[in-house]
Write a protein that binds this ligand. Structure first.
Ligand code: HEM
Length: 146
């Protein structure tokens, strides 16, 4: 594959990875700071919470394989040229571990027959991990050097 094609593929992979990450973390933030308070205050009916939870669950179950596949390819791309140092590998391992915990927690809620809305504690853990990963991503880029 020539250089221009490879660069175009990198941009596509990063775009898909970023899109899935933004949709998931943004949706979690919306749930915790907008929907949940409205449900608690009774200004949004419980049926809205269930319907939004169900639709968001579908979105998250789409985001997970996209993040896994694009993340694996980005990891291969970054590690293949040997420019990543020990700090890079350590931060990447932390990012992947946090992502795997998110996947396990989130996958449960999308399963048919499982309660659609996560407990507040689990939703908060998902958001905290998501925000941590969003911090690790630019850190990784800075450590890698581009
Ligand atoms: C096992 C799953 C995952 C793997 C293997 C993975 C791997 C990677 C790798 C290798 C990079 C490139 C880092 C660099 O610039 O050197 C990256 C970037 C990024 N990752 Fe992940 N990731 C995973 C899951 C996630 C999740 C769950 C999120 C967010 C919720 C996320 C958000 C991001 C973001 C925002 C970037 C920066 C994209 C850019 O600016 O180009 N990743 N990921």
């Amino acid at each position: 594959m020539d250089g221009a094609m490879l660069e175009a593929l990198r941009v596509l992979l990063r775009w898909l990875h970023l899109l899935a990450a933004t949709a998931w973390v943004g949706g979690s933030l919306f749930y915790l700071v907008a929907l949940r308070p409205a449900l608690r205050a009774g200004t949004a009916p419980p049926a809205v919470g269930s319907a939004v939870g169900r639709e968001f669950g579908h979105l998250v179950r789409l985001c997970i394989p996209v993040l896994l596949v694009t993340g694996a390819l980005l990891t291969f791309d970054r590690l293949a040229d040997g420019r990543g140092n020990v700090l890079y590998a350590g931060l990447l391992a932390l990012k992947i571990a946090a992502a795997l915990v998110m996947f396990v927690i989130a996958w449960e809620f999308g399963r048919p027959g499982v309660r659609r809305r996560p407990s507040d504690a689990r939703a908060a853990v998902l958001l905290v991990l998501g925000v941590l990963i969003l911090l690790l991503a630019p850190l990784l880029r800075a450590v890698y050097g581009s």
